[in-house]
Write a protein that binds this ligand. Structure first.
Ligand SMILES: C[S@@+](CC[C@H](N)C(=O)[O-])C[C@H]1O[C@@H](n2cnc3c(N)ncnc32)[C@H](O)[C@@H]1O
Length: 208
């Protein structure tokens, strides 16, 4: 019980030596989820991309490796995650290709209508106000811009008991409805399985 509570806190805010170890582990364990998010982003040349809650930086690394977008911004409230990102993307930050900032999804430090794509993987469980986060995503996306949210199934989070330790779990219908209420159109969900994450979902929507 103490271990699960500690792990749940670390997943929501990786910190210290354990947090840094966890970020490396997440880069491996969540690879399939992040790969699905990358696929769903359908990156286009000159895209401006924002990742919310980049953790150990696996997805930003994959996005950068495509060399398709013009610019990638990552935000995460964890100071350790920020430090890991600064070190990992040292060269791309110096070149002005990647930017990392300490911030939360609830208040994005970004201009209106700046990004073509916004993505986030395994962070929705920690949002204090899902509606305001979705409004923030809508605000920073350009007309026709795409939001991609990847998350564990509610059944998986209940089975692992993370819902008992502060994780908010969502059914696909909940996420789709919340996105629709926030103004997104062309909402669609793709689901997949992985050994570490069981069933997971990737829901996307377009700023209409
Ligand atoms: C479970 S980790 C997932 C990291 C990575 N996206 C992945 O899939 O491996 C959750 C990440 O979300 C961040 N996070 C927690 N609450 C957040 C919030 N309100 N807004 C943005 N990021 C948040 C944490 O600091 C952590 O880096």
């Amino acid at each position: 019980m103490v271990i699960k509570s500690f792990l749940a806190k670390q997943l929501g805010n990786p910190s210290g030596i354990f947090g840094r170890f966890l970020m490396k582990l997440l880069n491996r364990e969540n690879a399939e989820m992040n790969d699905l998010a990358l696929e769903q982003l359908n990156l286009q040349p000159e895209d401006y991309v924002l990742e919310i809650g980049f953790g150990g930086g696996y997805l930003m690394d994959k996005i950068a490796a495509t060399q398709i977008p013009s610019c990638i911004v990552g935000i995460d409230p964890s100071i350790d995650s920020l430090q890991v990102g600064k070190k990992k993307f040292n060269k791309q930050i110096a070149q002005g290709y990647i930017e990392v900032k300490q911030a939360s999804a609830e208040s994005l430090p970004c201009c209106h209508r700046f990004f073509d794509k916004v993505c986030t993987v395994n962070t929705i469980y920690f949002w204090s106000d899902t509606k305001s986060v979705l409004h923030e995503c809508y605000r920073v996306l350009k007309q026709g811009g795409k939001l991609v949210i990847c998350y564990n199934s509610k059944a998986f989070l209940e089975q692992t008991e993370l819902t008992k330790y502060g994780f908010t779990a969502y059914e696909v219908e909940d996420v789709e409805l919340l996105m629709q209420d926030s103004g997104f159109t062309e909402i669609a969900t793709t689901s997949a399985h992985s050994a570490g994450n069981g069933l997971f979902h990737c829901t996307s929507g377009i700023v209409g």
